[in-house]
Design a protein around this ligand. Sequence first.
Ligand SMILES: [Zn+2]
Ligand SMILES: [Zn+2]
Length: 361
Amino acid sequence: MTRAFGNRPPLRPSELLIPTPAGLYCPPADVYIDPVRPVARALITHGHSDHARAGHGAVLATRETLAIMALRYGEAFAGSRQVAAPGGTTRIGEVDFRFVPAGHVLGSAQIVVEHKGLRIVVSGDYKRERDPTCAPFEPVVCDVFITEATFGLPVFRHPPASAETAKLLDSVRLFPERTHIVGAYSLGKAQRLMALIREAGYERPLFIHGAVEKITELYQAEGIPLGDVRKIEPGERKAEGRKALAGEIVICPPSAIQDLWSRRFPDPVTAFASGWMRVRARARQKGVELPLIISDHADWDDLQETIREVQAGEIWITHGEAEALAHWCGTAGLKGMPLHLVGYGDEGEAEPEGKPAEVAP
Ligand SMILES: [Zn+2]
Ligand SMILES: [Zn+2]
């Protein structure tokens, strides 16, 4: 006997969203959220490459996320695309999907999945700290909250980003002959750092590595003021041209701080903006002289605060320190469940290997 979905009793959470090797699958809508393999229909939370992949049939995402995907993968990144209006609801099958800001990077959204009164929130990656480059996280009360746990250990408590930015600017004042080379993920962190530097009153030009250029232009085109940002010209790769960058701030992808590219600058100070810089051994291992603890992920306190705020009885954990966060959920009287999803880890920020053996004060 076949019946229309409309006559079926309400689904259980585990029937509305199912972890599969391709990602979270929603059977009554036949869509995947942040699939890690090519699928017919994908809903995408944000533009980081572990969540937003090329090759899907159809993609539903915020306008900014679609623009980021087109920039990175080319206009043909998917068979078709559809803009998720902020706060608006898109019905697919019997399921309502709503995109709500996640505060992670430009265009990042949580996806609220609702079916006959059952509400699951897929938060994607998120943070609670203020970020001048994207809309703030909005908590949505729900039955099941699906969270990341990148920094889901008590050692991870992020200091205010403004204080970390002040450390960078103090060092620039202290060493006016040295070039400060700051590693920052090219989507989100680099632009947030630039905005923080501007908020701190620094008005000199900021120099960027070519890999950061296109995304930075997109942020500026979206109306985010980053001041005078200049790409490092090929001539400045030569010793003579680089002398001109003594005393300046250069922002580059994290991989560039360790390679030859950075060593050609005059007496460089290497810095790295990441939540992982809380771990001293990590900074040392990467040859980072000036660690800046600036993260686009919720820290231990903010994970807990968010879980309390959304009032969900069940917490499903996608990636990161899933077991530790699930254990905390148990102590708080909540059901915490690691999903063991494979394929997530933010362009370097969520590094699966290495445990925080040694933590900075
Ligand atoms: Zn991300
Ligand atoms: Zn991620």
